[in-house]
Design a protein around this ligand. Structure first.
Ligand code: SAH
Length: 214
């Protein structure tokens, strides 16, 4: 897989676009500047990799828009060594951004062929701090809980209580919540065993969070 000066140039432009759109977390921007997004799309679509757009990756799924990845990652406030659960591996790009920031990433995908394709890719690019699972994220990942951070990259219809329970105290859950047309980004912090703080932020549009494996 090649990452040449042309890709790097396109990536610099993308990061400048993200800055203009309000992303200001330098660590996040730096991770995105250094991670070749075109590795996560099929070769034929290489030119599209550095547009600030979502893109189909097959199986009716999409690689999230770079702005959305930057936005969700900023909310997670990743620190070196954080244990992070991602629901919805998809292309693997978001998981790779988290790994670039020093997180240990546990990412689950309910679609077998996406899981297989992306696991292979992540092995190839040697991001060893990402662990992939063919698993229904509705149950979280109880064997590896609790997590410092949990990220949902599909649209939920309500606050996923199962996931809240798998957060450490002071842990953060970032999840888009709404109907199938529009969702509002939620940042949920687990204050104690019984209390959570809920911040409701901007609107986005994600593919649906579905139960069961296929
Ligand atoms: N983070 C991905 C975005 C992929 S789109 C990326 O960077 O490319 C969301 C993904 O969530 C899809 O691949 C979809 O199959 C998956 N998904 C939806 N519901 C799920 C569930 N209950 N458990 C696991 N994965 C789920």
């Amino acid at each position: 897989m090649e990452d040449n000066y042309r890709h790097k140039g396109m990536r610099r432009n993308l990061v400048e676009q993200l800055r203009r759109k309000g992303i200001s977390d330098e660590a996040v921007l730096d991770a995105m500047l250094n991670l070749p997004r075109h590795f996560f799309l099929e070769k034929a679509f290489e030119e599209w990799a550095y547009e600030d757009k979502a893109f189909p990756i097959g199986n009716e799924q999409t690689i999230s828009q770079p702005y959305t990845v930057a936005y969700q990652t900023t909310l997670l406030d990743i620190h070196q060594g954080d244990k992070v659960l991602e629901i919805g591996t998809g292309s693997g790009y978001q998981a790779a951004v988290l790994a670039m920031l020093g997180a240990h990433v546990y990412t689950v995908e309910r679609q077998k062929n996406l899981y297989e394709r992306t696991s292979e890719l992540l092995k190839k690019i040697q991001l060893d701090s990402i662990h992939t699972f063919y698993h229904d994220g509705s149950n979280g990942l109880v064997e590896f809980a609790p997590f410092d951070k949990i990220l949902v990259t599909a649209a939920a219809s309500e606050i996923p209580e199962v996931l809240v329970k798998q957060l450490k105290i002071n842990g953060i859950l970032v999840v888009p919540i709404g109907d199938n047309v529009v969702q509002q980004m939620h940042k949920i912090t687990r204050i104690s065993n019984k209390t959570i703080d809920v911040q409701k932020l901007d609107n986005f549009r994600f593919v649906p969070f579905l139960a069961g494996k296929v």
